[in-house]
Design a protein around this ligand. Structure first.
Ligand SMILES: [Fe+2]
Length: 274
């Protein structure tokens, strides 16, 4: 049994051993991010990229028809999804499909990984709606919310690997490692992709917004996390704990409560991405 001291040591050994490979963003999602960041992005080319991966194409179509996008009439093709929802929505969906189908999967820890994916999609929509209200970058907010706890999944995967070799760890030690390390581990993985660098910075600082170069994005994720806890853990919003982050964003507690009042709607949007 690995105790509270031994588990972080073993995790560090794995992270630097060369046996650890940071999770790869699926190739089609990478291609979507690259193509849509070009000024000359062509809708037809984007549709061709999505079609390369049948699961990705189906996932994007499913999400395009989900409550978050609520089309007035059903969207039946990728070209329709692109023309009616826009490139930014397609970028967000491509990363969400990658999370749902690949990144948020841990063998032996399936239920925890699924729960964390759902929690992350709730965070994505909360961050997105706060960014809309604050006129900040909506896409960065959504992707930050979606990926901010990616490190937890990576660390859960490493814990599952250790368990598979007979080195089980007590739940408290696992919780401590997840809590202390996940922001740095998740940010390092997203930095490694080199496709959404601003999102990586926000992820690194989402629990301690003071050191962030982009304090607005990190503060937004910090606040979103509290709203998600209010939604899913029945933990009331703590005005005092949130005050510094709210101050950095010039966001009033009343504005935050207005977004929090949309709980059922935002949870419905998140369920549509499952
Ligand atoms: Fe976190």
């Amino acid at each position: 049994m690995l105790n509270a001291q031994a588990l972080p040591r073993r995790i560090d050994e794995l992270l630097v051993s060369g046996r650890y490979e940071p999770p790869v963003l699926p190739e089609v999602a990478q291609a979507v991010l690259r193509e849509t960041s070009k000024a000359s992005c062509e809708p037809r080319r984007l549709a061709d990229i999505l079609k390369r991966d049948a699961a990705m194409a189906a996932g994007v179509l499913r999400m395009a028809n989900s409550p978050a996008y609520a089309p007035v009439s059903p969207i039946v093709s990728l070209s329709q999804a692109i023309s009616r929802l826009g490139l930014e929505a397609i970028r967000r969906m491509a990363v969400a499909v990658a999370c749902e189908s690949r990144l948020f999967r841990v063998r032996g820890r399936e239920a925890e990984a699924r729960a964390l994916y759902f929690r992350s999609t709730v965070g994505a929509f909360v961050a997105q709606e706060l960014a809309r209200h604050l006129r900040l970058n909506v896409e960065d907010a959504f992707l930050g919310g979606l990926l901010h706890d990616l490190g937890e999944i990576i660390l859960l995967g490493l814990v599952a690997d250790l368990e598979a070799t007979g080195s089980a760890a007590p739940i408290d030690a696992v919780r401590a490692v997840l809590s202390e390390r996940h922001a740095a581990v998740g940010a390092a993985a997203v930095e490694h992709w080199a496709l959404i660098p601003r999102v990586a910075v926000a992820i690194r600082h989402h629990h301690e917004t003071e050191g962030a170069t982009d304090t607005a994005s990190a503060s937004l994720l910090f606040i979103s996390d509290h709203v998600v806890a209010a939604f899913l853990d029945a933990r009331p919003l703590d005005a005092q704990a949130l005050a510094p982050a709210l101050g950095r964003l010039n966001l009033y507690f009343d504005d935050l409560e207005a977004v929090a009042a949309r709980r059922d709607e935002l949870l419905g949007w998140a369920r549509g991405l499952e």
